[in-house]
Design a protein around this ligand. Structure first.
Ligand SMILES: CC(C)(COP(=O)(O)OP(=O)(O)OC[C@H]1O[C@@H](n2cnc3c(N)ncnc32)[C@H](O)[C@@H]1OP(=O)(O)O)[C@@H](O)C(=O)NCCC(=O)NCCS
Length: 192
């Protein structure tokens, strides 16, 4: 499979924030921005892979500043990393005040997309041609993020297995802003 450059699939989606996108506080709903991010990630990943892509994971969604009605939001997406069937799409979101021209960077997030075939099974994607030092840095950062995510998962699974809701295990809650308001001798757990 011949490699494809980062530039070949770089995609920008721009949309005006209309009043129906606002929440009760008058700011743009986070869900609207997430939906736009998913769309641009899909377009970018599909361009790189030439396949139908699905979202498997979303990372780094921190809304640093509110987006206002009337602002022009641009989402710039590029392939940061490719595995065998997966691609990490980096998305930078900016919001522009069209009257003043002021631009703010609201967030940068990473969507992992998987290319699928006609049977909805993961299918191989082209290698990534890194044409600039920035392309290379982003690829290496994505490798590190992936490695740390795996370490975090292992550590969390390990720590999780040590969490006890009985026999003094609740001591760690002493400095937290919560109150155990049930009889602790009869604990029900619906999540695990
Ligand atoms: C995506 C999907 C087809 C993958 O199927 P699967 O049987 O898990 O396939 P694999 O285990 O071979 O994983 C495929 C790739 O996804 C990657 N992957 C799977 N889960 C992941 C996760 N949580 N985070 C990052 N990468 C992930 C794997 O590392 C692998 O990458 P690689 O081929 O580049 O090494 C399947 O999980 C699916 O259909 N998920 C639902 C997707 C969807 O509906 N999304 C819409 C939003 S709800």
């Amino acid at each position: 499979m011949p490699p494809k450059s980062v530039a070949a699939s770089r995609t920008t989606l721009t949309e005006l924030m209309i009043p129906s996108y606002a929440n009760f506080g008058g700011k743009i709903h986070g869900g609207i921005l997430l939906s736009l991010m998913d769309k641009v990630a899909f377009a970018c990943a599909s361009k790189h892979s030439g396949a139908y892509c699905v979202t498997v994971s979303v990372e780094g969604v921190n809304f640093r500043q509110a987006v206002e009605v009337g602002e022009l939001v641009s989402l710039m997406a590029s392939v940061n990393y490719v595995g065998r069937t997966s691609m990490v799409i980096g998305i930078k979101v900016i919001a522009e005040n069209v009257r003043t021209g002021t631009v703010k960077h609201t967030n940068t997030s990473y969507f992992t997309m998987v290319a699928t075939d006609d049977d909805h099974k993961p299918t191989e994607v082209p290698p990534l041609l890194l044409e600039t030092p920035d392309d290379t840095r982003r690829f290496m950062e994505a490798m590190k993020r992936k490695e740390l995510k795996e370490t975090y998962k292992e550590e969390f699974d390990n720590e999780k297995s040590r969490i006890r809701v009985e026999d003094g295990g609740l001591d760690i809650l002493k400095k937290e802003r919560c109150i155990v308001g049930y009889d602790n001798s009869d604990s029900n757990d619906f999540n695990d």
